[in-house]
Structure formats: C-alpha cells, structure tokens
Ligand binder design. Structure first.
Ligand code: 9NY
Ligand code: NDP
Length: 515
C-alpha cells in the first residue's frame, strides 16, 4: 500500500491554478491514486465566456480524466470550484466560501501564476508575489493545515549558473516593491522594470524569485516547501504518454517546426535542454506534500525538479528527434516541409530570419492578396519571431541545479511509493519521450486525427514539388538575367550547351553503331 496515497485519503485539498497545465495533471493524479480523498477545492475564475462549472465540466470531460472517471465515477462531487480571482483583494472569495476554506483545508498546492515572459511588472507582482502573500495569510488562519506547497520555477535564479536548493535573497525587499507599485504609475514602472529585474531576462523569473522570498518571510510556523521545476513538458507515463494542452515551453516551437514556419532558431545545440515531464513534477509535488506534513522539516525545504544533472539531454538531440518524428508522423496542412536548423550567431540568425522566415511569408501574403484573400502570414511570422526571441535566453545557456533534497526524498520513499510516485528522471528514455511528446502535440493539442497522416504526407510531397519548381524557376530567371548582362556568363552558357550537344551526338552515334 502506498503511504503517500493513503496520506491524501480523507483530506481536504486546496489547489490554485487547477485549470492550468500542471494543476490539471495534479488533480488527475490525486483522484486516481487517492479516490477516497474528501474534497479538492479549486480556486477558479470565469474565463472566455465560461462559468466556473462549465470550466470544471470541460476539464473532467477531457481525455486526461478518462481513467479517473472509470476509477472514481463520483469525481465531480469531490471537486468544489470556488470563485476566486487572484488579482483581487481577498481573491474576491465570498464570506461563506472563505469560512469553509479556512476551517476545512488540510493541504494547499499553490500552482497559480502568470507564466508570460512579457507581462508588466505590476501584473506579474500582483499574481506571483502579492497573491502568494495573501494565500499565506489565509493559510496561517487554517487550524487544520498540515502543509503548504508552493510551486516556483528552477529559473527563479537564472542569473546564477549553479543553483542550490536554497532561497536566494533579492536586492529589493518584496514588500518594498509591492508598496511602491501601489503609488507609481504604469509609465514609471515600465521605465524602472529593466533596472529592477537586473540580469534576469523577464518579469516572470524576477517575480517568481520575489515570491519565494515572500514564502520564506511569511512562513511563520507552517510546514512549507517550495518546488522548482525546470521546463515542464508533456506527460512521460501518466495517465498516458504525451499529454499536453498548452503552447508554453517547447510545445509552441514544436508546432512551429512541424508546420514548417520555423526554419532556424538561435540555439546552442550542446546546451542542456532541462525539460521535465509534467507527471514527474506532479509525483514529486505529492511526495513533498506528504513528507512536509508528516516529517515537518524544521525549515522551508526547496526541491529542484530538473533533469539536467541526472539524465541530461541537449537541444541538438531534442531538435533532431523532433524533426525525425515529423518525418514519420507529419502535421496536417503544413506551410512548408519541416526542416529547421540551429544558428549560432546574430548575423546568421538575422539572415535566416529575412530569407527563411520573412521572405516566404511576404510571398505567401502576396499570393493570398492575388487570390482575393486576407494576408496573414507576415503577422503570424512576426509573432513567432517575437516568441522565439523571448525563449532564446533559455536555449543558449546551461545551468546546474543541485538536487540533494529531491534525492533525499527519493531515498525516504518506500519501494511502492517510488513506483507509484516515480520522479526518478534517470529512467527516462529521451528519444522515446520526445517522440511521444511530438505525437501528443499533434493529437491532444492540435487535435489532429492519426487517420489524416497519409494525406499529410501527400501534402508534404506537393510542397516538395512546389519547392523544386520554385527553386528551378528562380535559378532560370537569375541565369537569364546574368547572361543578358555578362559576356563571361554567356561564354560559360555557350560552353555548357555545346558540351551537352556533343555528348548527346556521341551517345546517339555510338548507340546507332551497336544496332
Ligand atoms: C541537429 C539538428 C538540429 C535541428 C534543429 C531543429 C530545431 C527545430 C525543432 C524545434 C523544437 C525543439 C526546440 C524547442 C526549444 C524550446 C525552447 C523552450 C524554452 C522555454 C523556456 C522556459 C523556461 C521557463 C519555464 C518556466 O518556469 S514558466 C513556463 C514557461 N512559460 C512560457 O513558456 C510562456 C512563454 N510565452 C509567453 O510569454 C507569450 O506567449 C509570448 C512569448 C510573450 C507570446 O505572446 P503573444 O504573442 O501575445 O502570444 P500568445 O497570446 O501568448 O499566444 C499566441 C497564440 O497561441 C494561443 N495560445 C496561447 N495560450 C495558449 C494555450 N494555453 N493553449 C492553446 N493555445 C494558446 C493564443 O490563442 C494565440 O493564438 P491566436 O489568438 O493568435 O489565434
Ligand atoms: N509550464 C512550465 O514550463 C513551468 C511552470 N512552472 C510553474 O508551475 C506553475 C503552474 O504553471 P502552468 O500550469 O504551466 O501554468 P498555466 O499558465 O498553465 O496555469 C496557470 C494557472 O494559474 C491560474 N491563474 C492565473 N491568473 C489567475 C488569476 N488572476 N486568478 C485565478 N487564477 C489565475 C490560471 O487560471 P486560468 O485558467 O483562469 O487562466 C491557471 O490555472 C506556475 O507556478 C509556474 O510558475 C515552473 C516551471 C516551468
């Protein structure tokens, strides 16, 4: 019997960010391994015209929850969606709901965050710092609380090369930032943002670091732990391989490469691709929840959930395997044949952006205009290049994350728990994982039918023929222009034509002789 699964039985668990990528997988695993848990409270806001209930209904009816619904048919009765917007004071939670949360919650998993790299400092602080502070204040009023697990990111200290499982201080106190954002106007905030974030690449990593400091400062006598996952990717094994439902991290670029939009990317092939499957993160999170509540470590422990030091893969290998998978299983309606490579310096990157990205987009938009349709490719391409430029920081560097606490926890688990809550990435076969990831992107994110593969292959053949035709036409036009202007080119042309003619005459004469 799994001790961790048994621990969550009968518990009331509060999850923030349950509608997100990580949150959904966390909920799924909890229901699958501890179907006797009491209730999962999820803090949800209405979104895209959907009410709370509609959002929960949509999650429960997704492929991810198929197994859970078999094992635990009353799962919908065990989810209690509570209206909450983390941008508001007290999260906008009603008095009755707040009372219930305060009196019943046993465990908190705080996953909600803004993960956008281009968010304003004001919004990122509100969500990743102030909301964390408010949640901790709520948690401190919960008499039955056993553990508070905060999800941070391995990149919260990406300004360092070697990162230990400790909370590093930020130059400016989080409280000072929160206070000053209250009275500064947006223009001034935008101006001081680069100075505040310093050598971090964006407001996301900066505010996640501030969030950790807040956790440390407000921990009081609660049992708190921080988990730092690196780049969270599709599921490895559970509930099935390859599940992914958002375009963050590598997923968006995998689509862009598969559809033939992305032809070149500035990346260091030998840099470590510290991707970690989402089910591995969830298994570690649940194990940490159990350990923190049961063993009550004296201080706030930080756990790195990374792959690089135990089972490294690099961007070169990842990119190669992504493209190799698209050879066998292409995406539907590709713009061009999937073919991409890495550039290493700014000059070649600018050149490839102009020639391989912008020029085809302009030509295609011209074609759309000619055929009476609305041009859209240039806009799409500019958006892609902007996204790529924001991710470049992470694919041109390597970091070392120590994993003492994570390895210590692994050794504390019973063999059964090591199996059920497996977070040992040494067992991960990267090539298999990447192939399943790419397949998952096709099936679960793009919702493409596997029956469409022959048609997709046919489409790629047509694209190849168009590509050959286009290149031949381009060559002939360039050659025609050249021989019209240069005597030397004309001489070369005359030489080639007469050589071919002589060769053909000789061939014809000899074959005639043989007969
Ligand atoms: C040797 C051979 C070689 C061969 C080589 C071959 C190479 C080729 C192979 C290539 C593959 C292999 C290499 C891979 C490298 C990966 C690097 C990853 C590094 C990641 C590091 C992460 C580290 C940190 C980890 C963390 O700790 S945090 C988590 C990470 N955080 C992020 O990853 C957020 C980033 N993103 C943004 O920050 C915003 O996205 C922004 C970018 C500002 C844009 O922003 P914007 O332009 O506004 O675009 P969006 O609005 O966002 O979206 C635009 C459209 O997508 C739609 N859409 C938005 N959402 C979603 C959603 N959910 N689900 C579905 N759709 C969505 C939206 O509807 C809109 O569609 P539309 O409306 O146009 O129709
Ligand atoms: N994905 C990754 O690569 C990594 C993620 N992490 C961390 O893991 C955690 C989860 O990330 P992930 O699941 O990928 O992110 P998602 O963007 O998929 O999910 C974010 C969640 O936060 C919720 N949320 C955002 N704003 C609010 C708000 N104002 N009120 C209520 N809820 C809100 C979202 O709700 P809604 O659905 O309503 O928008 C969503 O449920 C984050 O803390 C992130 O920093 C760490 C390392 C890597």
């Amino acid at each position: 019997m799994s001790m961790i699964a048994a621990f969550y039985g009968g518990k009331s668990i509060l999850i923030t960010g349950a509608t997100g990528f990580l949150g959904k997988v966390l909920m799924e695993k909890l229901f699958r391994t501890s179907p006797d848990l009491k209730v999962i409270y999820i803090l949800v806001r209405p979104k895209a015209g959907q009410t709370l209930q509609q959002r929960v209904f949509q999650i429960l009816n997704s492929k991810l929850f198929e197994k859970v619904k078999e094992l635990c048919p009353n799962v919908h009765e065990k989810i209690r969606a509570i209206y909450a917007d983390l941008n508001q004071n007290d999260f906008g939670i009603s008095k009755e709901d707040m009372q219930e949360l305060l009196s019943c919650t046993n465990i908190i998993f705080h996953c909600a965050a803004t993960v956008r790299f281009d968010d304003t400092l004001r919004h990122a602080v509100q969500l990743n710092v102030t909301a964390t502070q408010q949640l901790l204040l709520m948690a401190s009023q919960m008499p039955k609380l056993e553990a508070f697990i905060h999800i941070s990111t391995a990149f919260s200290n990406c300004n360092l090369k070697h990162i230990d499982e400790v909370i590093y201080p930020c130059p400016v106190e989080p409280k000072k930032i929160i206070d000053s954002l209250e009275w500064l106007d947006d223009a001034i905030i935008d101006e001081i943002t680069p100075k505040l974030i310093g050598d971090r690449p964006n407001t996301y990593t900066y505010t996640k670091a501030l969030g950790e400091m807040v956790v440390q400062q407000e921990s009081g006598n609660m049992n708190i732990a921080i988990i730092r996952p690196s780049i969270v990717g599709a599921t490895w094994q559970e509930p099935f391989p390859g599940w992914v439902d958002n375009i963050n991290g590598p997923s968006g670029l995998i689509i862009a490469a598969g559809k033939g939009f992305l032809r070149a990317i500035k990346a260091t092939p030998m840099a470590v691709a510290d991707v970690i499957p989402v089910d591995t993160v969830v298994n570690l999170t649940l194990a940490v929840g159990w350990y923190t509540a049961v063993h009550r470590p004296k201080s706030t422990l930080v756990y790195h959930c990374t792959s690089g030091n135990l089972n490294p893969c690099n961007w070169g290998k990842m990119g190669f395997q992504v493209l190799a998978t698209f050879e066998k299983i292409p995406l539907e309606r590709a713009f061009r044949r999937p073919y991409a490579n890495f550039t290493t310096n700014n000059f070649t990157t600018q050149y490839r952006n102009a020639v391989s990205h912008r020029a085809p987009a302009i030509i295609y938009d011209f074609y759309l205009r000619l055929t009476g349709r609305k041009p859209r490719m240039t806009k799409l391409m500019n958006r892609l290049l902007r996204t790529v430029s924001m991710l470049e920081y992470f694919i041109n560097r390597s970091w070392e994350w120590s994993t003492y606490n994570t390895e210590m926890l692994m050794s504390e688990l019973s063999p059964e728990d090591q199996r059920v809550f497996n977070f040992d990435v040494r067992q991960l076969n990267w090539l298999e994982y990447i192939e399943n990831y790419v397949l998952g992107v096709k099936k679960y994110l793009l919702k493409e039918d596997m029956a469409g593969i022959p048609e997709a292959k046919q489409h790629l053949k047509r694209l190849r023929n168009i590509h050959y035709l286009f290149n031949t036409a381009l060559f002939l036009i360039a050659w025609r222009l050249l021989i019209a202007r240069s005597q030397m080119a004309r001489n070369v042309w005359f030489f080639i034509v007469s050589f071919c003619y002589k060769f053909l005459s000789y061939f014809r004469a000899s074959s005639t002789l043989k007969v």
